[in-house]
Design a protein around this ligand. Structure first.
Ligand code: NOJ
Length: 526
């Protein structure tokens, strides 16, 4: 999909398109080794085209010892043999582009793997030229770590290196040492890695923990280590992000998506767009509010109202219901509620992100302890991310169509025989049908893609319903979502025609007093 001209303004693809996240280990295993791969994704592109999405983002596929399943990169310019080869990547990119689908990879710049050549050099001696590429500090006089910073995965953020007699910083696992972005050579090296892929035709990157890249210059102790006032989220990080952005801007139409502090204020998020026309920092700093917000109309509405108002003129909003680090939306809020959430996601002002399997209502899969994979869950009981990373459920055959026969790296959902793509493709009322209809509806209606947003309130709108208007030119679309377990009636400001219900059964009904069934959402054209 190329840029679209709307009202004489050219809107880049990533503003009006929909981005679909794939966790490559779990999408499609083409060589039957139990782990998904790039040729597998290529083989499923026709499905993604049929679904109607515009771009895919792959969680990391680079060479890696897989201590954190690829978020520990050992070489930024290649493909892990488990996922395929660079040639397989080129094929995937070309095949995606043939179908008008863009491709994003996952850049992990905050840290490398401890197996990366840079770190091997850095740890080889104190006077190695790459020593300063990582964050090395002396012990306190009594031998303790330099400060009280903690790893996001539990325990101290410092690891003692016996050979060279210093500690190094790792904000995540000790196998993920943090790079030192106060060293300009590190910025330049990472810029070159970005360039490598963009030159190859890649359409952009999702950038991992982008606002962790700079740490306090004085390494001050945190008052509360978990707030990360000094160990991450520093304002100086803008300078590094800007340098990355300059590389994106060397190429036309590329996008930088940034994983940012889940708990950042709206002001904080707004700042990460940067300044000037189009901003000079992140195109799409992730908005994780829908993941954190309790599922009720009052909270969801205030999130959308406040966030939408906070995004600067030169920025663009985005919404996401789930990802590879968060429990599945259908498990968090409920199956019927997840249908309403789908309508919300795909009718708001801002780029929607869909996590693979959300479109068929995949739920968390309980993983027996002996099969647990996630290092976070293994270190900190209860925190495992395995339940949301299980193989895609394609059909009711062996291993759900994920592969021919090998045991998948994580067990398939016990629901796979009933909850799968093939079944839902043949069911006019399924979650998949709903997603596909919503995606098509968004594509066909400029008011949803780029129109204005305004929520409605007052007499006639029950407190447990969220009603909003999207408009562009003559096109006016009202969305009414019920969060109630009971029937609700909404008095609309004027008569309209129902175009879509989350229950997929009342298209064409003309309404002014709109009766909603429990947990029903509808789109009404005014
Ligand atoms: C955020 C990623 O989404 C997560 O999966 C990973 O473990 C950490 N960053 C560390 O890279």
């Amino acid at each position: 999909m190329t840029d679209v001209t709307i009202n004489n303004l050219t809107t880049p693809w990533w503003k009006h398109g929909i981005i679909y996240q794939i966790y490559p280990r779990s999408f499609q295993d083409s060589n039957n080794d139990g782990i998904g791969d790039l040729p597998g994704i290529t083989a499923r592109l026709d499905y993604l085209k049929w679904l109607g999405i515009d771009a895919i983002w792959l969680s990391p596929t680079f060479p890696s010892p897989m201590a954190d399943f690829g978020y520990d990169v050992a070489d930024y310019r290649d493909v892990h043999p488990m996922f395929g080869t660079l040639a397989d990547f080129d094929t995937l990119l070309a095949e995606a582009h043939t179908r008008d689908i863009k491709l994003l990879l996952d850049l992990v710049p905050n840290h490398t793997s401890s197996e990366h050549a840079w770190f091997r050099e850095s740890r080889s001696s104190r006077d190695n030229p790459k020593r300063d590429w990582y964050i090395w500090r002396d012990a306190k006089p009594d031998g303790r770590a330099p400060n009280n910073w903690v790893s996001a995965f539990g325990g101290p953020a410092w690891e003692w290196d016996e050979a060279t007699g210093q500690y190094y910083l790792h904000s995540f696992l000790k196998e993920q040492p943090d790079l030192n972005y106060r060293n300009p050579d590190v910025i330049a090296a990472m810029q070159d890695n970005i360039r490598f892929w963009l030159k190859r035709g890649l359409d952009g990157f999702r950038v991992d923990v982008i606002d962790w890249m700079i740490k306090d210059a004085e390494f001050r102790d945190e008052a509360d280590p978990y707030t990360r006032v000094y160990s991450a989220f520093r304002p100086e990080v803008h300078d590094v992000i800007r340098k990355f952005r300059q590389v994106f801007d060397e190429f036309p139409d590329r996008v930088m998506v940034g994983e940012i502090n889940y708990l950042g204020t709206y002001e904080y998020i707004a700042g990460l767009y940067g300044v000037g026309e189009g901003g000079d920092l992140i195109h799409l700093p992730f908005n994780f509010r829908m993941i954190l917000t309790p599922w009720n109309a009052v909270d969801v509405r205030s999130v959308v109202d406040e966030y939408d108002a906070a995004v600067p003129e030169h920025g663009w909003p985005n919404y996401v219901l789930g990802n590879h680090d968060q429990h599945r939306v259908a498990s968090r809020i409920g199956r019927d509620e997840a249908r309403v959430a789908a309508m919300l996601l795909l009718t708001l002002r801002g780029t929607p992100f869909i996590y693979y399997g959300e479109e068929i209502g995949m739920e968390n899969v309980p993983i027996p302890q002996e099969l647990e994979q996630d290092p976070y869950g293994i270190r900190v009981p209860g925190m495992s991310r395995d339940p949301e990373r299980t193989p895609m459920q394609w059909d009711s055959s062996v291993n759900g169509g994920f592969n021919a026969s090998a045991a998948p790296w994580l067990p398939l959902s016990p629901q796979y025989e009933t909850v799968n793509v093939t079944r839902q493709q043949n069911d006019p009322l399924s979650m998949l049908t709903l997603y596909r209809r919503l995606i098509a509806y968004r594509r066909e209606h400029v008011a949803l893609r780029t129109g204005s947003y305004r929520s409605l309130s007052g007499a006639g709108i029950p407190i447990d319903c969220f009603v909003y208007l999207r408009a562009q030119g003559d096109q006016r679309i009202l969305v009414a979502l019920s969060f109630s377990a009971e029937a609700r009636a909404i008095m609309l400001p004027e008569r309209g025609t129902i175009h879509l219900s989350t229950m997929l059964d009342r298209e064409g009904e003309t309404v002014q007093l709109l009766n909603l069934r429990p947990s029903e959402g509808v789109i009404v054209a005014l």
